[in-house]
Design a protein around this ligand. Sequence first.
Ligand SMILES: [Zn+2]
Length: 136
Amino acid sequence: MRPVPQPTEISRPFWEATRRGELRVQRCGDCGRMWWTPQLACPECLSERYEWARVSGRATLYSWSVVHRPADPVAFADEIPYVVAIVQLEEGPHMLTNVVGCEPGELRARMPLEVAFEPLTDEITLYKFRPAAARS
Ligand SMILES: [Zn+2]
């Protein structure tokens, strides 16, 4: 059984958005700072006024690790090797995710990525990133 993310009261809007094919992060209603992961208050000014702002889904690769021996080798057997990465969204926040759609050896720091949604259950759609389509 693959582990399934369990939305909390604070993260539920994030997961509702991914299910609709939208990537959203919190944006402070006082200072405008955007952040992720979901938290009750702005990390900049501690304001608890925020909205869930839709972001472009464009990002660059910040850091990554190739997983050959996952903590749960049964659940992820058909995924090995997979890439756990930190990407930086075009809008600024960093996000922990997976990079799919290319070989681990093709990964390069700061390479352009775009979000890719992957339904896991009726409720949960995972957000992953893949190499951005070449733009002319
Ligand atoms: Zn703020």
